[in-house]
Write a protein that binds this ligand. Structure first.
Ligand code: FAD
Length: 506
C-alpha cells in the first residue's frame, strides 16, 4: 500500500489536500506538508462554487466553526455588470431553470417575452434576493425557505472567503489531527534511476522521503514541470487574459452592507472582480497584457475600487493559463495552480482543487501503481479544465460589448474545437444536456443558458413548437416567480445581519 504522502506547498491547494486525505485515510496513511516560509502563496482566491460545502462536510466542519476564521460570507450568484452593454447587468445564480409542460422555462421566456434586460428576474428567484441583499439562511438555520435537498435541485449558495486564512485555519485543523508540518524550503527534488521522485532535499530538515508526492507549489510546478518535465499547454490562444492586479480594501461592512454575490464588471481590457468578505472587499482587475500594461491596469482598478485609499498595496500577478498535459506523472500528482488554471471569471480555481482531491481519492493507487488509475485521473482532470475553458470562451464570444479593441478582438479570436459548432446550434436552439460540453466540468446546463442569454450578444430563436403548445402553465410559473421572490425577501434576514451573528457567535 501507499503509506506516505508528501505534499509540497502550503497554500490553499496544499492544505485542502492534506486535511482531506487525512480525513479519508486516517492514520493508515501519513501526510506531510512541506511549506516554504520564504515563498509566498498567491494571495488571492476568494469566491467559490456551491459544491465546496461537500469539502467542509467531509471534514465535519459546520459553518460557525470555520467561517468566522476566514472572513467568510455568502455567495448566491455572480452579477455580470456591463458585459451586455454599459449600465446593464444580469445574475448567474446557483438556481436551475425548471421545465414546464415539457419545455425549459428559458424556452418559454424566449417565446413569451424575449426582453433580455429582464430575463433573470422573470425566470429566477435568486436575482431578487441578491438585489435585496438577503442571506440564504434564516436565523433558525433554515435554508432559503422552501429549498429541499432532493439531489435534483441546485444547492443555492457558495462562499466568499479569504483563501490565505482558510489555509491557515486548515493548517491548525490538520496538524491537530496528525498531519506533519515541515516549514522549510525544498532545495531539490531527487529522482531514482526510473525517473520517479525518490526524495526531497530541504534547507534545514534534510531529506524528506515518501511514496506519493503531491505538487502544490503553485504556478512554479516545482515537481511536475521543473523536475519531471511535463509540458504545460497554454490556453492563451483562446483565453488571452494573463495578468491580474489585486487590492484588499478594508470596509466597515456594517455601514456598507454585504452583497451576497460576486460582481464581475467588464473593463476596457478585461474585467474587475468585487468580492465582499466579512470585513473587507477583495477586488482585482484581470486583463490581457496585449491590451493593457500593469501601471494602466492598477490605475484603472484604483479609480474603480478605492479612489480614496492610494496607500493600499497592489498585488500584481502573472497568471499561467492552461493545464499540464497530464497532472499525474509517475508518483507525482499536481493539484492547484501547479496543475492548471483559467482566469477566475467563474471562480473555478478552488473547485478544480476540490475535484482533483476527490478524484485522487477515488483513483488512489497501491504499490502496483496501476497506470489505468493515473490515466483515469488525468482524463477527468483534463475534461474538467477543458470544459471550463469552453464555458469561459462563451462569455467573451457572447458578450454584447464591442466598444474597445479588447472586446472587438474577443469576437474574432480562435475558439476551442467543438464550441464553434455548438454556438451555431445555439442560434436556433438553446443549450441543452446533449448540446453542451459533453463531460463533467462543474457547470450545469442551466448555466450555459443563463450566460448565453444574459450576455446579450448571441441571438437565439424560440422553438417553433411553442406557438402550438398551451402556454398557460408557463404563464402561471412566470406569475409566481416574483411572488416567491417577494415572500423570500420579506422573510430572509439581511445578509450582513446574519453574518454578524454568525461571526460573533450570537
Ligand atoms: P499558491 O498559493 O501559490 O501556493 C504555493 C505554495 O508552494 C506556497 O505555500 C509556497 O510557499 C510553496 N512553495 C513554492 N516553492 C516551494 C519550495 N521550493 N519549497 C517549499 N514550498 C514551496 N480561485 C477561486 O476558487 N476563486 C477565486 O475567486 C479565485 N481568484 C483568483 C484570482 C487570481 C488573480 C488568481 C491568480 C487565482 C485565483 N484563484 C481563485 C485561484 C486560487 O487562488 C488558487 O487556486 C488557490 O489559492 C490555490 O493556490 P495554490 O495553493 O495552488 O498555490
Amino acid at each position: 500500500m501507499i503509506r506516505d504522502i508528501v505534499i509540497v506547498g502550503g497554500g490553499t491547494a496544499g492544505w485542502m489536500a492534506a486535511t482531506y486525505l487525512n480525513r479519508v485515510f486516517g492514520d493508515r496513511v501519513a501526510v506531510t506538508v512541506v511549506e516554504s516560509d520564504r515563498v509566498p502563496t498567491i494571495g488571492v482566491g476568494e469566491a467559490t462554487f456551491s459544491t465546496i460545502r461537500h469539502f467542509f462536510d467531509r471534514l465535519g466542519l459546520a459553518e460557525h466553526e470555520w467561517m468566522p476564521h476566514c472572513s467568510a460570507s455568502y455567495k448566491l450568484a455572480i452579477r455580470y455588470q456591463d458585459w451586455r452593454a454599459k449600465g446593464e447587468h444580469f445574475y448567474h445564480p446557483f438556481e436551475r431553470l425548471p421545465d414546464v409542460a415539457g419545455f425549459n422555462l428559458a424556452d418559454w421566456w424566449l417565446y413569451l417575452d424575449g426582453d433580455v434586460s429582464r430575463f433573470d428576474e422573470r425566470c429566477l428567484v435568486i436575482p431578487a434576493l441578491c438585489e435585496a441583499r438577503r442571506s440564504p439562511r434564516s436565523f433558525d438555520g433554515r435554508l432559503l425557505g422552501e429549498y429541499t435537498e432532493d439531489g435534483r435541485a441546485q444547492f443555492p449558495y457558495a462562499y466568499h472567503f479569504d483563501a490565505a486564512l482558510l489555509a491557515r485555519f486548515l493548517t491548525t485543523f490538520g496538524v491537530e489531527r496528525g498531519v506533519r508540518h515541515v516549514l522549510d524550503d525544498v532545495l531539490s527534488v531527487e529522482q531514482n534511476d526510473r525517473g520517479w521522485i525518490d526524495h526531497l532535499v530541504t534547507a534545514r530538515h534534510g531529506v524528506v522521503t515518501g511514496d506519493l508526492f503531491i505538487d502544490c507549489t503553485g504556478f512554479r510546478g516545482l515537481l511536475i514541470n521543473q523536475t519531471l518535465g511535463e509540458p504545460f499547454e497554454s490556453f492563451e490562444d483562446v483565453l488571452p487574459n494573463n495578468r491580474a492586479v489585486a487590492l484588499r480594501v478594508p470596509e466597515d461592512m456594517g455601514l456598507r452592507g454585504v452583497e451576497p454575490y460576486t460582481t464581475a464588471t467588464a473593463a476596457p481590457a478585461g474585467w474587475i472582480w468585487t468580492i465582499p468578505l466579512y470585513g473587507r472587499i477583495g477586488t482585482g482587475y484581470v486583463y490581457s497584457d496585449e491590451f493593457c500594461d500593469p501601471a494602466e491596469a492598477e490605475a484603472t482598478l484604483r479609480a474603480f475600487a478605492a479612489p480614496d485609499s492610494p496607500d493600499l498595496e497592489a498585488n500584481h500577478i502573472r497568471m499561467r493559463i492552461g493545464r499540464n498535459r497530464r497532472s499525474w506523472v509517475r508518483n507525482c500528482v499536481a493539484i492547484g495552480l501547479s496543475s492548471g488554471f483559467v482566469e477566475p471569471l467563474e471562480s473555478t480555481g478552488i473547485f478544480f482543487i476540490q475535484h482533483a482531491i476527490e478524484q485522487l481519492v477515488r483513483d488512489f493507487p497501491d504499490a502496483h501503481w496501476d497506470q489505468a488509475l493515473a490515466d483515469d485521473y488525468n482524463r477527468r482532470v483534463a475534461e474538467v479544465i477543458d470544459g471550463v475553458r469552453e464555458f469561459l470562451v462563451l462569455h467573451y464570444l457572447a458578450a454584447g460589448r464591442d466598444d474597445t479593441p479588447y472586446w472587438k478582438a474577443a469576437k474574432t479570436r480562435a475558439v476551442p474545437d467543438g464550441l464553434a459548432g455548438r454556438m451555431r446550434t445555439w442560434a436556433s436552439l438553446l443549450p441543452d444536456e446533449s448540446s453542451v460540453y459533453p463531460h463533467f466540468h462543474g457547470f450545469d446546463t442551466y448555466s450555459w443558458r443563463v450566460m448565453l442569454i444574459g450576455l446579450g450578444g448571441w441571438s437565439t430563436r424560440p422553438r417553433p413548437a411553442l406557438a402550438l403548445a398551451d402556454a398557460d402553465a408557463a404563464r402561471a410559473v412566470f406569475a409566481d416567480i416574483p411572488r416567491r421572490a417577494r415572500r423570500l425577501a420579506a422573510t430572509l434576514p439581511d445578509c450582513h445581519d446574519y453574518l454578524a451573528a454568525l461571526h460573533t457567535g450570537r
